[in-house]
Design a protein around this ligand. Structure first.
Ligand code: ZN
Length: 325
């Protein structure tokens, strides 16, 4: 299934498929929550379809043996490589397995598709192992790499691929789409917190993160006002939520900083703007800057090392607001 914001890019791929000019390694740059896996799978199904992508106008027929196997999730020539867990790397063993699949004969006599979901989370050894295969691509083998950004991809991998960027819809468009799915109105700042990625926004609401986010902001706003009561309430909520809560508070503080400097456009917050305004009035600009920096490095630390005592580190960070009255 394709989503409306994927139509343009899909048409570009279709043209290449119909003309038989598809590159052997496609790199799709798209955020999580953009439906990128669905798009990649649609491409795979189309390439594998036995009625020929070209013949069927660049769409899978849906009735052939290959399409049926694909829909059942048992197509023997379609392989997915992904981190075993969110935030974990794709290891070199997984890529070695991928390289073996790449040189195997196709079970159904057509192409083999290798989908690497989270190519930007390959470790260096894994990336180098993949590079060799990309440099000398086995025939009849289509690679599809998914990445959130190019920042964590080796330039050598990057340069071996045909790159496509999936643009997210405008925020109002995303808002309307999610509202239609959920049959309820949603906040604009929820869309912005999720980078206007529609599915990420929808899940943010479905999983109750928007409610917890609003609650955290209210408690945090109270804490920021002297005499800074409620430190452990904030720390407790943050610890329960995990490292993402630091990203949220960092967005909030960045908006406070902008507000102090008289910037009123390009803010993340709209419905919670009164809270931004109140907080901006009580935090010293230097403290704000320092605490944003600290929040970002603490976020990365907690993301990389889940075993750390998060509550203690968050309490330490929060005390930073009190030392600079
Ligand atoms: Zn088919």
């Amino acid at each position: 299934m394709l989503y409306p914001w994927q139509e343009n890019l899909w048409q570009g791929w279709q043209q290449l498929l119909v003309q038989g000019r598809m590159h052997h390694a496609i790199l799709l740059v798209a955020p999580h929550g953009s439906g990128r896996e669905a798009l990649a799978r649609h491409l795979a199904k189309t390439v594998l379809c036995q009625n020929g992508a070209a013949g069927a106008g660049g769409e899978p027929c849906g009735v052939c043996h290959s399409c049926k196997l694909f829909d059942a999730g048992t197509h023997p020539d379609f392989h997915v490589i992904a981190p075993v867990q969110d935030g974990k790397q794709i290891g070199v063993d997984a890529i070695r397995q991928c390289n073996r699949w790449a040189v195997e004969t196709s079970q159904l006599g057509g192409e083999r598709i290798l989908l690497i979901d989270g190519a930007d989370s390959m470790g260096e050894a894994a990336a180098n192992a993949l590079l060799k295969t990309l440099e000398e691509p086995p025939s009849g083998c289509q690679f599809v790499l998914l990445a959130s950004s190019l920042d964590n991809l080796l330039p050598t991998i990057n340069s071996r691929c045909n790159k496509w960027r999936l643009a997210m819809p405008q925020e109002q468009e995303t808002k309307r789409w999610v509202e239609k799915q959920l049959m309820q109105s949603i906040k604009l700042e929820t869309v912005r917190l999720n980078g206007s990625a529609p599915i990420a926004t929808q899940q943010f609401i479905e999983q109750g993160q928007d409610i917890r986010y609003t609650k955290l902001l209210a408690v945090f706003g109270d804490f920021l006002r002297p005499p800074n009561f409620g430190l452990y309430d904030v720390a407790g909520l943050c610890t329960k939520e995990g490292h993402n809560s630091l990203k949220w508070l960092s967005y909030f503080l960045v908006d406070c900083m902008k507000w102090q400097q008289g910037v009123t456009t390009h803010l993340v917050h709209s419905e919670s703007l009164p809270l931004v305004e109140q907080a901006a009035a009580v935090i010293a600009p230097m403290t704000l800057l320092e605490q944003i920096r600290e929040a970002n490095s603490l976020y990365q630390k907690l993301e990389r090392h889940p075993g750390l005592n998060a509550e203690l580190l968050i309490v330490e960070w929060l005390i930073g607001f009190m030392n600079h009255p």
